[in-house]
Design a protein around this ligand. Sequence first.
Ligand SMILES: [Zn+2]
Length: 264
Amino acid sequence: MQVALSEAGVRCVAWITEKAEGPFSCPGCSGEVILKKGKIKEHHYAHKPPFDCLYGAKESEIHYRCKREIFQALSSHPNCSECEIEKPLDGARPDVYAVISSNKVAIEAQKTSISINDIERRSSYYKWLGINVLWLIPHNSPKLIWRDGQEEWVHRLKSWEKYLHAIYYGRVYYWNGGLSVLPCHFGNFQIWVKESEWYDEDDEYRQEGGYYSNARTLKKPIMYPGGPLNIAEDFAPKARSRFDSKNWSVPECNIWFDSLSPWW
Ligand SMILES: [Zn+2]
């Protein structure tokens, strides 16, 4: 967590707070938290052990940095007001919240531990609150693997990435520092299905393969060629209607969306 409460109940943002202003407590469980102000790592609070609270759990260094940089950049951007980090809303806590050009926006930097249910629940809850949501991936590119046979770099799409890709009409947003994000579409990647032939249990001749087929999880990343977009300048609200697929459903929600035509 990057915000804790002082004894007087004041919200203290880690990087502008000094240890002497403590003790501090967790906004989730009210247990004591320690302000960590190292020289290398992002400033944050950690529960004093022993503790049994999931508030602020599993936040990585890049997640901290992503939240801080977005918050700082939005706070000084002329289009933005009411900027808050880890804003306490009844039932949700966006990483960064701001009013951008008169639109309420919740920015969520996705954590690796998030489930599709969680994304669905929070997205529809933000709609109920009249807030547009922007889900970001706090890395500046997809993790690629080399496909030897085809000599190509591909990305193995995780289920939550597939889900975000569906919500945002065929793109995800990689965070590129400050307010800069890189839109990326995941295109189909074809794999060669080897030809094989055999006789089945009824002694019938069977043959399969010998063609290309779309891989299920391996995808070809196609970054937007026009370069990065700015969260405060290149996005606008868009009502996302419900969409059901075989395995999951995208809820009705209001997304914070770019205005690009498909580039793939
Ligand atoms: Zn706690």
